[in-house]
Write a new protein. Sequence first.
Length: 383
Amino acid sequence: MNKITKKSFYSFLALYLISSFIFLVFSAYWFFTSQVSMEMNNNYYRMTQIADKVSSDIIQAHMMNKQYTLESFSYAEVAMLDDKKHIIQGNFTHKIDFSRDFYMENDSFTLLSDRTNGHLNVAYVVVQSNQCNKNITALKNRMAYTVIFTALFIIVIAVFLSYMFLKPIKEKMEEIEQFVKDTTHELNTPITALMMSTSRLKSKKTYDEEINKNISISTKQLYEIYSSLSFLSFDNKKEQAELLCFDKIVETSVAYFSELLERKKIKTVVNLEPCTLKISPTKAKMLINNLLSNSIKYSNPNTQITLTLSEDTFSIKDEGIGIEQDKLDEIFTRFVRANSYAGGFGVGLNIVESIVSEYKYKIDINSKVDVGTTITLNFQQKS
């Protein structure tokens, strides 16, 4: 990952983790407090039930004139006290505050009940229990482990989601970086040729047709790169479509590339019938120029390019290196090149496809490796 992608990755990761941890902390706090409140209520009811049972048993024993023996309880200390606050049976752990009915002190809850009404000389039933605090401590430990496990799980998910969501950005950044490199390379060739030709022209101080041709070819290559980049940036959407003699556009494009065709010793066979289309002039020119430029670029020297135009269709056939079948579906994707045979940066056919889609034309491509490629445009608009 480059610096921008790394910065985006860590920013997204930090934002996701911070928001998730805030939510986790608040959720854990809310759950813990609700569980503590529930535990304290349950503890109060348990202790009340013990006090009520003991009081009921004392009253029943007194009514039946029986001796009462205090039973033991696994999670509470119970004691019976007389009106002088002396222990009759049982025991308790902490000193009792007789001014309060229910309270917590020294990590233990104390419940004081006087429902015996003096039966069997029992004035008070005291219940003391630290079970609630033990349960709350156990709950704290479970919550801590749960929060830690959940936090680790969130971190793993956050890293995975960061990679997943930033993968398209990473891929796009890589495409842009490669595009910049390819553009630099594409610009370097004609610029170097221009500089060398200009330098030779100055040294000779005379007109040289070959040097002039080199300058013309290099200038046109630069202009085509500029046109493609401008189209990608601005798309000329404001330019209105108008009726054009499309055959004249094709003738002009062939003449425009004549020097490059001559340089590569490529023969052109042009079969043109009158054809009128309603299309933006710039886009008509871009459509033909990109198709022809692509054919020239991927054609070997001493081969032939055939351009055929009828009222409804236009086809361009070359005898170039061809395209592998498994790459035909992706050659119209921006920045994608079928091969690195002749450089380029993968925007020509993308521009063609965007114009064809805009005007609802049909495009068909047939290619065979080391035989050539034929691209056909059908101007009958798709319904």
